[in-house]
Design a protein around this ligand. Structure first.
Ligand code: ZN
Ligand code: ZN
Length: 419
């Protein structure tokens, strides 16, 4: 068996992992580099070289750093993602299509096959590699880790995950019941480089937002439009306080997808939002002025917010900055100017990310990373991916008994590992 980390061992995002046997080749994720990554993106030729002859590409979730290059993969290769994730991708591209030509992406997403948790796939029907997805909690909806069986060996690929989301408590029971001990653990390590960041649970965020909404009538929240947990926290806080959960058309269509899949979690994920058509009409103005609102906005929302601030001005509006703090740092290669511009509209009327407990990471904290390793007890070792270059998995507590694989080629127990 060969395990190849084509990309993602020393950067966050752009993940591409290959597991292959004599006659079978499986790819996990085919992401694009995150904005701000200085390295050149793969060319179409490089993409074809990696993807060519693959039996399947399985995506853990819909974030661009995991699916971003999907449309450049030859159509002959089968691709798979969760069905809720597929709906979100289509919804996103449909919205983007108004500003540019995303015809090819839409066409390609429509062709992607879907999987469901616990469904075991015989990759390529060759009886050599088997993959089973299991649900994980992440800042994306419908995200999965994969158990892979090949040549009597078992591998767990975690994808992006966390324990402190609403559905994170299922993590260890799932690992114990369905995965068990493994030979190799391929795990994300995003938080290895962010150890100072405070990790609060989504529940605590919800309580914090409720408190904010009790004190302030007009609140905008800059956040990811597809982070189901965060939106659920905002939505629940609105329900608690009687504020209007006010969303634009695109956000509404995303929430409708969440609601469609809410299932047994409907108390959290069945969204009841008031859709923005025209915030200037007297009816709407009357309602929002009387009840107040929380409105999730995106990084392209500057003009909308600026214009609304002129209309809703009987009280000062506040901004909840519910994204990673790095985007708001000046002059970094990961700076997002539009984030800074929106924040500047509010000056000091700002609840600022993890500092003010209105944001928490979508990724597993240090203790959870270590606990996952202990739980699946990888006999051969650990391949850390989705981590910053200068961070070390070895810095996790009490894991000295495990072999950690780094850049280079290693052959161990008939497995060839290339990073
Ligand atoms: Zn990621
Ligand atoms: Zn992600």
């Amino acid at each position: 068996m060969n395990i190849t980390i084509h990309r993602g061992a020393n950067q966050i995002g752009g993940c591409i992992t290959e597991i292959s046997s004599d006659n079978c080749k499986l790819l996990i994720d085919f992401g694009s580099n995150l904005p701000g990554n200085q390295k050149a993106e793969l060319t179409e030729k490089q993409i074809c070289d990696i993807a060519g002859s693959a039996d399947a590409v399985f995506y853990t979730h819909y974030h661009g750093d995991h699916v971003g290059l999907h449309h450049l993969i030859p159509t002959s290769i089968k691709q798979y993602i969760g069905s809720g994730a597929k709906d979100i991708m289509l919804c996103k591209y449909d919205a983007l299509n108004k500003y540019g030509d995303y015809g090819k992406e839409i066409e390609m997403v429509k062709r992607i096959n879907t999987y469901r948790a616990g469904q075991r796939f015989d990759i390529g029907g060759k009886g050599e590699i088997f993959l089973t997805p299991y649900f994980v909690s992440h800042s994306a909806f419908d995200a999965y880790m994969f158990k892979i069986e090949c040549e009597e060996k078992k591998i767990l690929h975690t994808g992006d995950f966390r324990q402190h989301g609403y559905l994170g408590k299922g993590l260890f029971p799932t690992l114990k019941k369905y995965v068990g001990e493994v030979d190799i653990l391929v795990t994300e390590g995003t938080m290895l480089g962010r150890k100072q960041e405070s990790i609060v649970s989504e529940n605590e965020i919800q309580q914090r937002i409720t408190k904010i909404l009790k004190e302030h009538k007009y609140v905008f929240a800059l956040c990811s439009s597809t982070d189901i947990d965060r939106l659920a926290s905002f939505h629940a806080a609105c329900k608690d306080t009687g504020r209007v959960f006010f969303v634009d058309k695109y956000q509404k269509s995303v929430l409708d997808i969440f609601s469609k899949y809410a299932g047994k979690h409907s108390s959290l994920f069945d969204f009841n939002a008031f859709e923005l058509v025209n915030y200037r009409t007297s009816n709407v103005k009357q309602k929002l002025t009387r009840e107040g609102f929380l409105m999730p906005i995106r990084i392209n929302g500057y003009h909308l917010v600026k214009n609304m601030l002129d209309v809703y001005n009987d009280e000062s509006a506040w901004l909840i900055y519910s994204m990673w703090g790095g985007y708001a740092e000046e002059n970094k290669n990961y700076t997002i100017e539009s984030v800074i511009n929106i924040r500047n509209l509010f000056k000091e009327r700002l609840f600022d990310g993890t500092k003010d407990y209105v944001h928490t990471s979508g990724h597993a904290d240090i203790q959870t990373l270590a606990d996952v390793c202990k739980t699946v007890n990888p006999h051969i070792g650990v391949i850390p991916i989705h981590k910053e270059e200068n961070t070390a998995y070895e810095s996790l507590p009490n894991l000295s008994e495990y072999k950690i694989f780094h850049e280079g080629k290693t052959i161990i127990e008939n497995i060839s590992i290339s990073i």
